[in-house]
Structure formats: structure tokens, C-alpha cells
Design a protein around this ligand. Structure first.
Ligand SMILES: [Ca+2]
Ligand SMILES: [Ca+2]
Length: 150
């Protein structure tokens, strides 16, 4: 019993991701951890950086999660989230699950400006609202991870 607990703690130290116990300043909602990164990267880099940290680019499941996130990060604009229509125009999917996603577009969006806006951002045109933007633009991002016990 004692050994297994030590192993879990060791595991958390070895794989020191933000998801581990939410101990790196992440915020908790339900059973998930969220961490904001101000570093401006393109949408693909954001996906990879979150995976490197043991999580995934924030995946917004529903209205309540969207609202909670928007309020927590209300001071930030154009935050990359996990929704894209790069595979098929107008078909918004999660890169992580491959499934259709909840959306909360701002007025006039998604407008697919220049016919090349295929990645979604949170907090544009109002807190909690979404804009489709150019995937190669630099934006901050939020990683999400399953909360782990330590
Ligand atoms: Ca598009
Ligand atoms: Ca747009």
C-alpha cells in the first residue's frame, strides 16, 4: 500500500506535467486541469506542446465548460482551442477525438476569411465567443489534462 503510493508520487515527479495534481498553477474544473500558456505559437505547435506536457489542447465539451473557461481567462483574447475544420470546410471537429464539437461562434463567424481560417479560438468578439482564425498565426493556448491524484 505504502509502496504503491510512493510509486504514484514518483510517477508524478518523473512525468511532471501540469496535469499531475494540478500543482503547477493550473485551474481545476470537474476532473480536469487547465493551464494557460501566453507563449504565442501556431495551432499545431499548441497541439504538440500540450501533448508533450501530458495533456491535450483544451477540448470544450459544452456550454458550461465554455463559460467556466471564458471567465477564468477573460483577460485573454484569441486563445487556441481544439476545434478545426481543416479536414473538411465547415465540418468542425476535435483533432483529439475526431468527433464533432460543441461550438460558440461570435457574430459573423466562422467566416473562413481568405478561405483559409480553419482553427478555432476562444474569447474573440466577447467573453466565451469563438472565432475561426488562420492556423499558422501565433496565439496563446490552454492545455487540458485529466486530473491525477498524488
Ligand atoms: Ca474554415
Ligand atoms: Ca474568422
Amino acid at each position: 500500500m505504502k509502496i504503491s503510493k510512493s510509486l504514484i508520487v514518483l510517477g508524478c515527479i518523473l512525468f511532471a506535467t501540469f496535469g499531475s495534481c494540478c500543482q503547477y498553477g493550473g485551474k481545476t474544473y470537474r476532473n480536469h486541469c487547465y493551464m494557460y500558456f501566453s507563449q504565442k505559437v501556431n495551432w499545431f505547435e499548441a497541439q504538440m506542446l500540450c501533448r508533450q506536457r501530458g495533456g491535450y489542447l483544451v477540448h470544450i465539451d459544452n456550454y458550461w465548460e465554455n463559460n467556466w473557461l471564458a471567465k477564468q481567462y477573460r483577460d485573454y483574447r484569441w486563445i487556441w482551442i481544439d476545434a478545426t475544420d481543416i479536414a473538411r470546410e465547415g465540418h468542425w471537429r476535435s483533432w483529439y477525438t475526431g468527433k464533432a464539437v460543441f461550438t460558440n461562434w461570435s457574430r459573423g463567424n466562422p467566416n473562413n476569411a481568405g478561405k483559409i481560417q480553419h482553427c478555432a479560438t476562444l474569447n474573440w468578439g466577447g467573453v466565451g465567443l469563438w472565432d475561426d482564425d488562420y492556423c499558422f498565426k501565433g496565439h496563446p493556448f490552454i492545455c487540458e489534462a485529466q486530473k491525477t491524484e498524488c
